[in-house]
Design a protein around this ligand. Sequence first.
Ligand SMILES: Cc1ncc(COP(=O)(O)O)c(C=O)c1O
Length: 402
Amino acid sequence: MPTQKINNSRFPTWPIFNEEEEKILSEVIRSGKWWCGAPEAPEGKYVWQFQEKFAKFQDAEFCIALSNGTVAIESTLFALGVGLGDEVIVSDYTFVASASAVIATNAVPIFCDINPETFVMDVNKIKGLITDRTKAIVPVHLGGNPVEMDRLMEIAKKNDLFVVEDCAHSHGSCYKGKKLGNWGNAGTFSFQASKVLTSGEGGAIICNSKELADKIYSYIDCGRKKGRRSYEHFSYGTNYRMTEYQAAILLTQMKNFEKQHKLRNQNARYLSKRLNEIDGIKVMSPTQGTSALGWYVFPFLFESSKFGGLNKEEFNKKLQQQGIPCVDNYPPLHTLACFKDIKLKSGIDYSNANWGEDRSNDRNFPIVSNIYSKSIEFPQELLLASTTDLDSVVEFIKSLQN
Ligand SMILES: Cc1ncc(COP(=O)(O)O)c(C=O)c1O
């Protein structure tokens, strides 16, 4: 049985910051420019700078910064014309936002089961979910692990569907030479507190179409048009603008991103190799063709019978008690009360959905249900620890087999 307790403080806590964040925040405060203003009448400077920098970093032509990753998905779908009566295919294994953003547009999410090795949307299952009401697909790159975007795009093109990549976990992830977010019509990012690039809250959309970028801008800035006066409102829009504080922090955090991203990738490879050597542990496999992963989370499966019958909660608790940061994964969307009991928007017909009441039975989503029953994840900051500390995690897990 385990003897030495792992020192919790050896694992980095997130976010990582220094006096630069304090300095830039005080500068924003003292400047009195707390919001970005409009492109032709700028108040602040950081939101505009961040948009340029993040677009470049993600190899995209356009970036629209906004309040968070949830409204990033909603805004993109809205700008693409997704709305009442439409269906949108979404991975079943994701945070609720990937589907609640669809609900926000008055469309209906349709849940797609996952690949048992990579834990992301199984592209082979998409065709069977397409109906004459399907308008878009929202692939979610869980943990930054790419959905097979080349195959997904073929299906989308053949069926005339929009694709909005949920890249909330995929900052810096690259599949077959193209950064995620550039495969579909747009990619949406989150900068919420636990994300690999963070400002506490925040989001961004990248795309390579000026027309779409302009439509998204109008939606998130009160229906305004670039180049026009600020009390002219040309279309329905809302206010999802990012603040100068968020952008200032993001610009500062970006300075360390590349170094952290490399370390997470290097450590993830090392930890995967060591954990996969344990009989009863299986780590999420990177999709073939992946050159870099965001590694927002590091999911792995454990076989209860190889760990003296410990169930998932007990296994998780043992790790936590040892000071190893780990959490449960997202419960599959079809199991969430809001979808199971159909507690959603009034006036919308959800009867065609493949979830709700009996349809939410696990037997209809066999792969994800099985994976979820055995899966646990390490948060990304564990991948910033030293090799020695990663070794101690592996040794502790091994000790649970005794
Ligand atoms: C896969 C996924 N999509 C979307 C979001 C929503 O992002 P936000 O929390 O910034 O609204 C999250 C947040 O955790 C997420 O994990």
